[in-house]
Design a protein around this ligand. Structure first.
Ligand SMILES: Nc1ncnc2c1ncn2[C@@H]1O[C@H](COP(=O)(O)OP(=O)(O)OP(=O)(O)O)[C@@H](O)[C@H]1O
Length: 345
């Protein structure tokens, strides 16, 4: 992967192909697309019916011949053709209006820290749907750190935890590069799965695909009332009878159910810290940790990390769009490189 600010400044479009959401940032325009990475397809004709939030609204409610697909999984494009069609569809409106005369020959895309060459190739091919001839690949961790406003280019340690849908990436950065990093296949989806399993085993209830949002809200209000646990109503389908049923769920029990996936994130943070030189760890004790990614909004994640590591934890202002906003800032020249060779001037 490259991180040449000069090359990035020549790009006109930045893309984050996330497992949950696809985001597109246009140079000097801003974020133009922030939509679920979903495509609804008619399996009889192969035609695309809907993409983004429209397709999300169809999930779980489709007849047999319509399928809602996720062309991106774990930060990797798994269905290039579908991802291209989805991306083209998502941006076509905005491009036509604002960018008709500006070809998008150069693009930047952020990829997970450990993206394999095949995943890099898939991302480059997907972006060719926008007419790009050259694609700069940037590590999500660096892009997100820039997007959070961390002083990435300085000779001081900054720790970032990017909690996405399919994975969580942890890194310590200094002098514009990654000192140590880890990725675990635990993100918002694994946490949601733990909640779904809890409701299934404890309440014999199957949750509809969009039924988790009220529980997230309940966990949040639970935290603001001291975290002692409140009861919240959840509607779903009875596992045995198949009939619709409403149960009262204790938020404290839900919090316990999501501890297991969250422990994997803490373990990854521990491994990264152990790999870092002591001077950088001392910096981190002062500066703390920055949480980014959509799952950073998970109520109580920050306090749990704070309690386990003893470090100050901050959540980025817009945690979900940090990576693409960071790419945008680098494209627009808002990040100045540190000159490491003063003797040469
Ligand atoms: N308010 C919230 N409370 C809890 N979880 C949330 C909230 N908002 C978003 N999420 C979770 O954030 C995840 C999406 O995060 P994000 O948009 O960073 O993912 P992504 O970049 O598409 O995924 P990845 O980085 O794994 O490819 C989803 O799993 C979603 O459930």
């Amino acid at each position: 992967m490259t991180l040449s600010l000069e090359q990035l400044s020549r790009c006109t479009v930045a893309v984050d192909l996330g497992a949950a959401r696809t985001r597109v940032y246009l140079k000097d325009t801003g974020l133009v697309v922030d939509e679920p990475s979903l495509a609804a397809v008619n399996t009889r004709t192969g035609s695309l019916i809907a993409v983004g939030s429209l397709a999300e609204g169809m999930a779980g409610r489709t007849p047999g011949h319509i399928q809602v697909l996720r062309p991106i999984s774990g930060g990797t494009v798994v269905d290039i053709d579908m991802a291209q069609r989805m991306l083209r569809f998502l941006v076509s409106d905005k491009i036509r209006r604002t960018w008709r005369r500006k070809p998008m020959l150069r693009a930047a895309v952020c990829l997970p820290h450990d993206a394999k060459p095949i995943a890099q190739r898939a991302a480059i091919e997907t972006l060719s749907a926008l007419g790009t001839r050259r694609v700069e690949l940037v590590d999500t961790l660096i892009a997100a750190a820039v997007g959070c406003g961390l002083p990435v280019e300085r000779p001081e340690a900054t720790m970032i935890v990017v909690c996405g849908a399919a994975s969580t990436q942890v890194a310590v950065l200094s002098l514009g590069a990654i000192v140590a990093a880890e990725k675990v296949q635990v993100g918002g989806d694994a946490i949601d799965y733990a909640v779904i399993q809890h409701l299934r085993s404890e309440h014999e209830l199957m949750l509809p695909s969009q039924g988790l949002h009220p529980l997230h809200l309940a966990l949040y209000s639970d935290r603001t009332t001291g975290g002692g646990g409140t009861e919240t109503e959840v509607r779903g389908r009875d596992v045995a009878t198949g009939l619709s049923r409403t149960v009262l769920v204790n938020t404290a029990h839900v919090r316990e159910a999501i501890q297991t996936p969250l422990t994997a994130v803490l373990d990854a943070m521990g491994r990264v810290l152990r790999e870092c030189p002591p001077d950088l760890v001392a910096d981190l004790a002062e500066r703390g940790v920055m949480l980014a990614g959509g799952s950073a909004r998970l109520p109580g994640l920050d306090t749990m990390i704070e309690a386990a590591t003893g470090m100050l934890v901050r959540i980025a202002d817009q945690p979900d769009v940090c990576a693409v906003v960071g790419l945008g800032a680098m494209m627009e020249g808002k990040v100045k490189p540190l000159h490491l060779d003063p003797l040469a001037s």
